[in-house]
Design a protein around this ligand. Structure first.
Ligand code: SF4
Ligand code: SF4
Ligand code: SF4
Length: 272
């Protein structure tokens, strides 16, 4: 049973969030929402432990489609970064603000960038492209993410300053158009840079929250130096160029780790 501690822990964390929000917000939706996400993640971790090759992809599809289709298109909740600013400026602690607090701001203190590996609906599509591991060295253009972050903030600020009407409708269309743009740019960059995760590395504004918080993540891959034979396999399969054999918090690209476990799966000495 000990080896199943992680899926049980994940389920317990999400159920705690689900029950707490259900009771404090008096809204049954939160119980359903976080229970569903917790069950999906726990199932994925369970399948990973059972060595099922596509465990992570199953979680990505379960959570990604739920968030994109059910929450985004059917419930018309904008879970993109502009939706977060919108709810934040409106003073509403609902939907996108809760989602960001759990998945992207405070959650990463526990599970790092697990969101990026298991739940993001943008990466859910990008991970189907042919460049699972980057075929070219990383470029020094990560500063673009700060521009897109500021642009999203300016966009919503301008709507508020202009007293734009029907903001809910604008946010819904911003969600649709934003996703189309993200997918188009993500796919073009993946082929241009021969790297499925190029969008994540250079453009995604959410990483401005994710990176600093995941620096302190409780859950992270570490290396048993006694077992490691420095074969380099872990680095060669990492989609995010992380130097996972360095156990320090400041390891190269350490805040890029999406906990995909490709390094763990491929290590010939089970050192990770
Ligand atoms: S970096 Fe952005 S696009 Fe990539 S997986 Fe994370 S949230 Fe999604
Ligand atoms: S794959 Fe394993 S043995 Fe090889 S360098 Fe990485 S941690 Fe060490
Ligand atoms: S391969 Fe390992 S170090 Fe690289 S992102 Fe996945 S879990 Fe993190």
């Amino acid at each position: 049973m000990k080896k199943y501690a992680m899926p049980i822990l994940m389920l317990a964390v999400f159920e705690t969030i689900a029950i707490t929000l259900w009771l404090t917000k008096d809204n049954l939706f939160y119980l359903f929402n976080f229970s569903y996400i917790g069950c999906s993640i726990a199932l994925g971790v369970f399948l990973f432990i059972r060595k099922y090759r596509y465990a992570r992809r199953i979680v990505q599809l379960l959570v990604g489609f739920y968030m994109l289709v059910y929450l985004g298109l059917i419930c018309q909740e904008n879970m993109q970064i502009e939706g977060f600013w919108y709810y934040l400026f409106s003073g509403v602690f609902e939907a996108a603000t809760i989602h960001y607090a759990v998945a992207k701001i405070f959650g990463p203190l526990i599970f790092g960038r697990g969101w990026c590996g298991y739940a993001c609906w943008t990466a859910m599509v990008l991970d189907f492209l042919p460049y699972q591991t980057p075929a070219r060295p990383r470029k020094k253009i990560g500063w673009i993410r700060y521009c897109t972050f500021v642009l999203s903030l300016l966009f919503v600020s301008a709507l508020f300053l202009a007293y734009a009407g029907n903001l809910e409708r604008i946010m819904f269309w911003a969600f649709i158009i934003g996703n189309v743009v993200y997918y188009a740019v993500g796919i073009i960059l993946a082929y241009a840079f021969k790297d499925n995760r190029a969008f994540c590395k250079y453009i995604c504004p959410i990483t401005v929250f994710l990176k600093p918080m995941s620096h302190f993540a409780l859950m992270r891959v570490t290396c048993d130096k006694e077992k490691c034979i420095s074969c380099g396999k872990c680095k060669s399969v990492c989609p995010m160029d992380v130097d996972v054999t360095d156990n320090s918090r400041n390891r190269k690209n350490g805040t890029e780790c999406i906990l995909c476990m490709e390094c763990v799966r491929n290590c010939p000495k089970k050192a990770l």
